[in-house]
Design a protein around this ligand. Structure first.
Ligand code: NAD
Length: 490
């Protein structure tokens, strides 16, 4: 199925699995390693260097020492590195996708989609690198000129989750390179291999030593705390859970670091009475099932107007129950395993709780025998508003349908959560579309679509879903400081 001609085991065996500091691969100072497991089988597929505080110190000192020379490089040269890396990633689509599937579980076809999506951040920021602008105005009294320039913010701490092992990295590394920032990067402990493969590609694309420094670890606390308290890092860009994001915001206050926080979601997906039901089902399949439901943008609560709920539920159930579940590396698989045993247990508990509170299981709902951490595509109807899954990111292939009659009551429920990343609205009435888009407390709205992620768009949330945006025209601003010069007019 893959065109690599090489097995996943061969590809992984050929990877560097150390720390990547100052352009060199090294073991952890302690000599420790940690295992990486294939969630489809539960088997170990690699061991990776397990960095500690001393390694973290070396990495941030390298990033700080490299900052000045890197910031002095031309925007065009940084842009060219990103263009080359973009092309190399695409040339190695099958290899990267197979590594990703094997460490994370997503089906090979989806992994290839993520490679294209992840690579595009490099092309987008290659284009942005040479468009960093400023401003020139005059004070109101005419006494001074005001020149506004943009400078790289400085050494950055980058931390990514396991669910999009390539794209969450390129979404941060791309703008940091474009802006002229050096980096220390800690990939998720469940999926470090894709990030290590990416480092190799960036070296081949010409990234100078010391610009990107990677410290994988199985114990993130000491490594990241070392960076946050070093006084050398000027910014943290984090994607992950709201819980860890809050901890890092507290740590960032110690040295008043700039912060970008892409945190959890609890997306409402609203199907109005006038919706095109087939289109809404199509949208729900994407918004729910992308990445087996393990996405911050996943439709978590599906509010369906009572007039169309039976039709929507029947059509969605028919689509969900036809999906092929299996090892993501096998031909024809549409739904892979969840990332780890803990995730499988959590999804089972959420479904059991919803059922105990009166939900009806239309399909799925039972954990299959092992091996692997599989959970079947599941549709629940008549989910009660007090079910645990209404207030928790499900992070699994479970569609929870809540019927509604009244738009205002539905909006109160939709907005009645601390999160505000994305919302989806399906309606054919333009006034309703505009009204609901304005009233949903979210950073992004999918209007008659189940997919909002795109490198050209500003991705991010409000409330406890985060601070700042990644991608789009504003993405690079997160890595730039504004400096203003006052010059008397003589
Ligand atoms: P997580 O918060 O457990 O882990 C994310 C990263 O933080 C990992 O690299 C992890 O090692 C690190 N980490 C964990 N504890 C830490 C600590 N004490 N100090 C420093 N770093 C620490 O999240 P996860 O389970 O990997 O990812 C799932 C979460 O990420 C979900 O909540 C999801 O919604 C969110 N997410 C958000 C976006 C977005 O763009 N808003 C995108 C993808 C995922």
């Amino acid at each position: 199925m893959s065109d690599t001609g090489r097995s996943a085991a061969d590809l992984i065996r050929a990877l560097e699995t150390g720390l990547f500091i100052d352009g060199k691969w090294t073991p952890a100072e302690s000599g420790a390693t940690f295992p990486v497991v294939n969630p489809a089988t539960g088997e170990q597929i690699a061991t990776v260097a397990d960095g500690g505080a001393a390694d973290a110190r070396r990495a941030i000192e390298t990033a700080a020492a490299t900052q000045e020379s890197w910031a002095a490089t031309s925007p065009r040269s940084r842009s060219e590195i990103l263009y080359r890396a973009h092309r190399l990633i695409l040339e190695r689509t099958d290899e990267l996708a197979l590594i990703m599937t094997t460490e994370m579980g997503k089906p090979f076809a989806e992994a290839k989609g993520e490679v294209a999506y992840g690579a595009e951040f490099f092309r987008w920021f290659a284009e942005e690198a040479v468009r960093i602008g400023g401003d020139h105005t005059t004070t109101g009294d005419g006494a001074n000129r005001i020149i506004v320039t943009k400078e790289p913010v400085g050494p950055c701490v980058l931390i990514t989750p396991w669910n999009f092992p390539l794209a969450m990295g390129t979404r941060k590394i791309g703008p940091a390179i474009a802006a002229g920032c050096t980096m220390v990067f800690k990939p998720a402990e469940l999926t470090p291999l894709t990030s290590l493969a990416l480092a190799d590609i960036l070296v081949e694309a010409g990234l100078p030593a010391g610009v990107l420094n990677i410290v994988p670890t199985n114990d993130p606390g000491p490594v990241v705390t070392e960076w946050m308290e070093s006084g050398l890092a000027r910014k943290i860009s984090f994607t992950g859970s709201t819980q860890v994001g809050k901890l890092l915001l507290q740590q960032a206050s110690g040295t008043v670091m700039r912060t970008s926080m892409e945190l959890g979601g609890n997306a409402p997906f609203v199907v109005c009475a006038d919706a095109d039901v087939d289109r809404a089902v199509e949208g729900a399949m994407v918004a729910k099932m992308r990445n087996m439901g393990e996405a911050c943008t996943a439709a978590n609560r599906i509010f369906v107007h009572r007039d169309v709920v039976d039709e929507f539920a029947a059509k969605l159930t028919s689509r969900m129950s036809a999906l092929v579940v299996g090892d993501g590396a096998a031909d024809g698989t549409q739904v892979g395993p969840l990332v780890e045993q803990k995730a499988q247990t959590k999804v089972r508990e959420l479904v059991d709780d919803a059922v105990a509170r009166g939900a009806t299981v239309m399909c799925g709902g039972t954990v299959p025998d092992g091996p692997g951490y599989f959970y079947p595509p599941t549709v629940l109807t008549d989910v009660s508003a007090d079910s645990d899954l209404m207030a928790t990111e499900i992070f699994g292939p479970v569609a929870a349908l809540v019927p509604f009659d009244d738009e205002d009551a539905m909006l109160r429920l939709a907005n009645g959560t601390p999160w505000g990343l994305v919302g989806y609205i399906f309606t054919q009435d333009i006034d309703r579309a505009m009204r609901l888009s304005a009233k949903l407390e979210v950073g992004m709205v999918g209007l008659n679509t189940g997919l909002v992620s795109n490198p050209a768009a500003p991705f991010g949330g409000v409330k406890e879903s985060g601070l700042g945006r990644e991608g789009g025209r504003v993405g690079i601003e997160e890595f730039l400081e504004v400096k203003y010069l006052a010059i008397p007019r003589t």
